[in-house]
Design a protein around this ligand. Sequence first.
Ligand code: FES
Length: 109
Amino acid sequence: MMAWTSVCKINDILPNAGAAALLGDTQVAIFRVQDQFFALSNRDPFSQANVLSRGIVGSLDGKLVVASPIYKQHFTLDGGQCLEDPDVSIPHYAVRVDGDAVQISLSAE
Ligand code: FES
């Protein structure tokens, strides 16, 4: 069974932008693209900084991505795969909307 935690309201996140949330000691970056939500680790594996929630959201090669504000690598919003380095991916988490609450589950998929 998945454990869901409400992290914010839908309108706390601007469209095409991210927000950071702390779940226990896990920093999560939540992104809203149109009416879809995605959650990734907030940690950029290249700079080791918790900055991905402040990255620019866009699309590259037909995939929705966030660009790290530090070294500009791109990570897919739905899977955390780094487009520049096939060996690197970051944790991604399940998200759902319940009423106007955005909820995240950190349980492994
Ligand atoms: S949805 Fe991509 S591995 Fe879970």
